[in-house]
Design a protein around this ligand. Structure first.
Ligand code: UGA
Length: 423
């Protein structure tokens, strides 16, 4: 059992804290947001994330997990201090490290002797060195990037494919590795610069993979092949793999857009621009616009002048309420600028009312009287849509299925026209 303090209770911090508590460590999660900390103390989870509530509940009742707004006293007794702080993008795409620097300034001189500061947030390459410099070698600094996905954060944390430890001081690195000793996965020790680079390049590679799939969907469309069949054909090559081959309306979220922009900025500044990543960002932007245009064209072809478009999905992917840089939300906004009657439904997405002109509470309400239905997020609920039921609610018969969820044949047999790139 170790005494651990987690600074920052966002997706990564809260998941890291509650999972480490579930492994038996004594964990304090600290945040300067008093409302959030009060909620967490009452076991109210501010984000929709499978399994998190249960872990927090167990952590609190076992006494292993506590929440506090008092940064200094939370850190003074800790052996390990995880920094899980937000690094939002500046206007030029570079990461804004104000929060990180502010926290470090306040913590200088407050650490227990022998404690270790661990950076989990995605921070620009060289940050571990900068942190060590700010702390004037007072503690060891270890870079330990996190690879969890929103929507499966708890599962991913507890079942990692690798643990990456970037350190100059190997004994500190080994102590951090020991925190994860119950996991059955490779633990990779490297230098801090390489660990920080892995995080950015992994996200950029994944974003590039999805953009490749989305561009392949356009290619398949133009030559008359089926992108789903094509991706299945690719997936059996272990060098390509079967994951992250799903075409969609474009990638988004709180990580890929921010991290790809930061990476291109760092690459440019280093004198070695990463043109593939620059093009991936541009291709994704074009894909979002093309996806919106597909829906607009379908709606403009409708016989009815008072066309109604129903949108299913607002979050950037299924199983999360997060709408940051969500392609679904971007597409909705483009469509709302063209048509007066656009109605949207999402089971969990957190979004300000003013952004969505007309949000309804059920899928049926959205479908009611719709001429065109657009599916933008892959929630399981949408997969279960029945063609006969859809027919009984909709006025029109066009579905733009940008997540490739529906059984096209079943819907076509009922007189629907199901549109998607390359399918
Ligand atoms: C991503 C990475 O997958 C995590 O490994 C990483 O830890 C995290 O960023 C981070 O840096 O914190 P996340 O943003 O939660 O995780 O979501 P993903 O599941 O990667 O999805 C990102 C976007 O790609 C979504 O818009 C999703 O719909 C899209 N996507 C994903 C596709 O369009 N097709 C796919 O096959 C997979």
């Amino acid at each position: 059992m170790n005494r651990i303090t987690i600074v920052g209770t966002g997706y990564v911090g809260l998941t890291t804290g509650s999972c480490l508590a579930s492994l038996g460590h004594q964990v304090i999660c600290v945040d300067n947001d008093e409302v959030k900390i009060r909620m967490l103390q009452s076991c109210l989870i501010p984000i929709f994330e499978e399994g998190l509530e249960l872990l927090v509940e167990r952590g609190i009742s076992s006494g292993k997990l506590t929440f506090s707004t008092d940064l200094i006293s939370s850190v003074e007794q800790a052996e390990f201090i995880f920094l899980c702080l937000p690094t939002p993008p500046n206007n030029d795409g570079t990461a804004d490290l104000t929060v990180l620097y502010d926290v470090l300034d306040r913590l200088k001189g407050k650490f227990a002797s022998g404690s270790i500061v661990i950076n989990k947030s995605t921070v620009p390459v060289h940050s571990a060195g900068v942190v060590a410099q700010i702390l004037a070698q007072e503690v060891a600094v270890v870079s330990n990037p996190e690879f969890l996905r929103e929507g499966s954060a708890v599962h991913d944390f507890l079942n990692p494919d690798r643990i990456l430890i970037g350190c100059d001081d190997l004994s500190a690195g080994r102590r951090v590795a020991d925190l994860y000793s119950s996991f059955n996965c490779p633990i990779l020790f490297t230098d801090p610069l390489s660990a920080e680079s892995v995080k950015y390049l992994a996200n950029a590679f994944l974003a590039m993979k999805i953009s490749f799939v989305n561009q392949s969907a356009l290619f398949c469309h133009s030559v008359g092949s089926n992108v789903l069949e094509v991706m299945r054909g690719l997936s059996f090559d272990p060098r390509i793999g079967s994951m992250f081959l799903n075409p969609g309306p474009g990638w988004g979220g709180s990580c890929f857009p921010k991290d790809t922009r930061a990476l291109t900025g760092m690459a440019l500044a280093s004198g070695e621009p990463m043109s593939l990543v620059t093009e991936t960002i541009a291709a994704n932007e074009r894909h979002i616009q093309r996806s919106a245009q597909l829906i607009i064209d379908a709606a403009q072809n409708s016989e009815n002048s008072d066309v109604r478009v129903a949108v299913l999905g607002l979050s950037f992917k299924a199983d999360t309420d997060d709408t940051r840089e969500s392609p679904a939300l971007r597409i909705l906004q483009i469509i709302q600028d063209v048509f007066n009657d656009v109605v949207a439904y999402d089971p969990h997405a957190k979004v300000q009312n003013r952004v969505v002109n007309h949000r309804v509470n059920t899928m049926d309400e959205a479908l009611h009287g719709a001429d065109v239905l657009a599916i933008l997020t892959e929630w399981d609920e949408f997969r279960g849509l029945d063609p006969v039921h859809a027919q009984s609610l909709m006025r029109g018969n066009v579905i733009v299925d940008l997540r490739y969820l529906l059984n096209k044949e079943l819907f076509c047999n009922k007189g629907f026209s199901v549109l998607a790139f390359g399918n």
